[in-house]
Unconditional design. Structure first.
Length: 747
């Protein structure tokens, strides 16, 4: 009898320990809704395996899908796809605009999708990321009155954000980043529970949005806001992160921003902010990062910002400030003249861009449904490519080990989950490792894990504690440096994140304070790319056959976009990158990843202001020269991709260059100059455009070489022509539809 009682009590205790949501049995109606969602999303890979017999409340843990049930209802739905953000191209002689994107097909209806989805009336958390959703958000989205977290980032949503969202009573996090949304942001100040707002990388504006004073994180970067910074911020006592960079904000910077009691991160870069900051500005003790670069500021930095500090990183280059070296500042008259031309928009000016955008979106939507994907008209006119390139600016974890400790648990959990698959990166948050973790990952630097010696240190393959493969780069610095300076440089490195660059996942700094003769060591933990080098794909015959022209031109676009980010995403930019074809890796989708790019470590960078991310440069002419040198190396890389031949010497380069020049004179020889394994897969205009920009990159006179934007522009046009030609079935051979749509799905 005692044994039975023991077993019964044991079972009861086990049941008590099991979370209630894991005992849930989803209602048949909501199971059917999920199957409809699977169908409407056109059966994405993350939803493979869903059938009528799937028990959705008991799905295994996944980074891309998460379903939480309570009772017989779904309370949390997270779906993260693999459809990357759109890219845009324009060829002026064509007189039209074309977009190539990974959106869902023209049969997709966002109204139908939300009509089905809103039947999940108990949802508290909804995350639909990188799924290719396109269209204008319907008003029916406001039926989700129980929502606490709403994330629809990295899609193709356009039009205005429905005003009804301001009626949500429980919303704590709203994320619409990386879409095509335009127009005014609805008043969000009425949502008393709102703590996180991320509307970055859209076309929203021009008026600054109204937000509640309970927010903890505000990210509005890379939009079209043109007004003055709201004075409401002085009451935002819980605000920890404010990123309003890459807009056209004007007027003075409210000094209260720096002294907000909870502020940690403040990014005002790349606007048109004017004037001088008051000398008596005070800074919050928790402030760890300030970026004022690329504005029209004058005078001197206040003491609390300009003074050297081990706990505060400040970027302020390319203003007209008297602080620091003038090498990376404009002369005073530059800012003065520019400031005279900068005025806040009037009421009429506010409404004009909005009406134009609305008109263009309505046209674009009609064209898209008709079969021609083009909402790009909006972006070509209003979106700045250099700003787009700087969109990947994440403040995951500060160098001081701070975090946003006061954000509610729901917001923290959601942010952590989505960041692992968010947008085009798919990288976990940047992490500061300790030496024990590095040794564990590499098995104490086991020689069996040594991958080689690069120009920037030894490379070891390793595995993190969650099983993720990584590459650990060991860098012994040539001379000793202060911890402050090293941390400042690591702050810059932590921002180098782009879909076409090898991702830096974190770092570990080892300083030998008790041994002055021993150099400091930096361990960088890098993303592991499994599909090998582009070089091997051009030399290995089996792999070579896989790289037809559509794949090759798509790869080159990826490389150039990665380099453009290095050039324009930092001040004054990261140049002098080692762009050999051996340093281009391909992932499982044949998407390019640039490795070996110039890391802004102390032995290689200037000591000015800790705000510059480039190599030590004596003057602006040197910067320009370094940019043109990168363009030249891109030309060599393009030459090898087109011909399939290795360039081992200057003589070989000259011979191949001459062959391409002759092929442009007699265009009937153009196909003959290419790699034989890809002949018959090239649209003539696509190949001709690529050859032309390649030869321009290889100009002996650096001043005659194109800018990185020009290179990208021409290559994207080449992509568009090739994509249209392939889709039309004009290519020769028996490839059928295998290549159709390849470029749009890769980019």
């Amino acid at each position: 009898m005692d044994g039975h009682r023991f077993c019964l009590s044991f079972l009861i205790s086990i049941l008590v320990l099991i979370p209630l949501h894991s005992l849930a049995q989803l209602s048949p109606s909501e199971s059917r809704i999920l199957l409809q969602v699977q169908q409407l999303l056109e059966f994405p890979p993350s939803l493979e395996g869903w059938t009528n017999w799937t028990n959705f409340c008991y799905l295994p843990l996944s980074q891309s899908v998460q379903i939480v049930c309570s009772g017989n209802h779904i309370t949390q739905l997270t779906i993260i796809g693999n459809k990357s953000s759109p890219f845009y191209s324009l060829k002026p002689t064509r007189g039209n605009f074309v977009v190539s994107q990974q959106s869902l097909s023209k049969a997709f209806s966002i109204d139908t999708f939300f009509a089905v989805l809103t039947k999940l009336s108990s949802l508290k958390m909804l995350s639909l990321v990188s799924l290719g959703l396109w269209g204008s958000l319907p008003p029916m989205i406001t039926r989700f009155q129980s929502l606490e977290v709403l994330n629809m980032s990295s899609n193709f949503l356009y039009g205005e954000i429905p005003a009804g969202i301001s009626s949500f009573r429980y919303l704590s996090s709203i994320v619409f980043s990386d879409n095509l949304l335009n127009g005014m942001v609805p008043h969000l100040s009425s949502i008393a529970t709102l703590e996180e707002v991320d509307l970055s990388d859209n076309l929203l504006g021009p008026k600054f949005p109204s937000l509640g004073d309970k927010v903890v994180s505000i990210v509005l970067r890379n939009n079209t806001f043109q007004s003055e910074i709201s004075l409401e911020f002085k009451t935002f006592n819980k605000l920890q992160r404010l990123d309003i960079s890459s807009n056209k904000l004007v007027g003075l910077i409210p000094s209260a921003l720096f002294s907000l009691p909870s502020i940690q991160y403040l990014n005002l870069a790349m606007n048109k902010l004017t004037g001088a900051l008051p000398k008596n500005v005070s800074c919050s003790h928790g402030l760890g990062f300030v970026d004022l670069s690329r504005n029209l500021l004058t005078g001197r930095l206040p003491h609390c910002i300009g003074s050297n500090s081990s706990t505060l990183v400040v970027f302020y280059s390319w203003n007209c400030l008297a602080s620091g070296s003038s090498k990376y500042q404009h002369p005073y008259f530059f800012c003065n003249n520019e400031a005279l031309a900068v005025k806040p928009p009037t009421q009429n000016q506010d409404s004009e861009p909005r009406s134009k955008l609305g008109f263009m979106v309505s046209i674009a939507g009609g064209i898209l449904v008709g079969g021609v994907a083009v909402v790009v008209v909006i972006l070509v006119i209003f979106k700045r490519p250099e700003v787009r390139a700087s969109a990947v600016n994440k403040f995951m974890k500060s160098k001081m080990g701070k975090n946003f400790s006061h954000i509610s648990p729901n917001v923290i959990t959601n942010t952590r989950h989505v960041s692992r698959g968010l947008g085009v990166l798919g990288l976990p948050p940047y992490h500061e490792f300790n030496l024990e973790e590095i040794e564990e990952a590499t098995k104490n630097f086991d020689p069996a894990n040594l991958m080689g010696h690069g120009s920037q240190g030894q490379l070891y393959k390793g595995f993190l504690r969650d099983g993720s493969p990584v590459v650990v780069r060991c860098l012994k610095l040539k001379q000793r440096h202060s911890s402050q300076r090293l941390l400042q440089k690591m702050e810059v490195i932590s921002k180098i994140r782009h879909q076409h660059l090898i991702g830096i996942l974190g770092h570990c700094i080892v300083m030998y304070k008790d041994h002055p003769n021993m150099s400091n060591t930096v361990f960088l933990v890098l993303e592991y790319v499994s599909n090998g080098k582009l070089r091997s794909h051009l030399t290995d015959q089996r792999k070579r056959e896989m790289l037809k022209w559509p794949q090759r031109v798509a790869i080159t676009v990826g490389v150039v976009r990665g380099i453009q980010f290095l050039h324009t995403g930092f001040s004054p930019g990261i140049f002098g990158n080692d762009l050999k074809i051996e340093n281009i890796l391909l992932d499982e989708n044949l998407s390019a990843k640039v490795s070996g790019y110039n890391l802004p470590l102390p032995d290689r960078v200037s000591s000015e202001a800790s705000s510059t991310g480039g190599e030590a440069l004596d003057c602006l002419d040197s910067i320009k020269h370094s940019e043109k040198e990168d363009v030249y190396q891109l030309g060599v890389l393009l030459l090898e991709v087109i011909t399939g031949k290795q360039v081992m010497s200057q003589n070989e380069l000259n011979v191949l260059k001459l062959q391409l020049e002759e092929s442009l004179i007699d265009t009937s020889k153009l196909q003959e100059a290419t790699d034989p394994s890809m002949r018959g897969t090239c649209a003539h205009e696509s190949l001709k455009t690529t050859v032309e920009i390649t030869l321009n990159c290889l100009s002996k006179d650096p001043s005659q070489r194109p800018s990185i934007e020009d290179v990208l522009w021409n290559l994207q046009y080449s992509v568009q022509v090739q994509n249209g030609w392939t889709s039309s079935g004009k290519h020769s051979g028996n490839l059928g539809g295998k290549l159709s749509g390849y470029i749009s799905t890769q980019l």
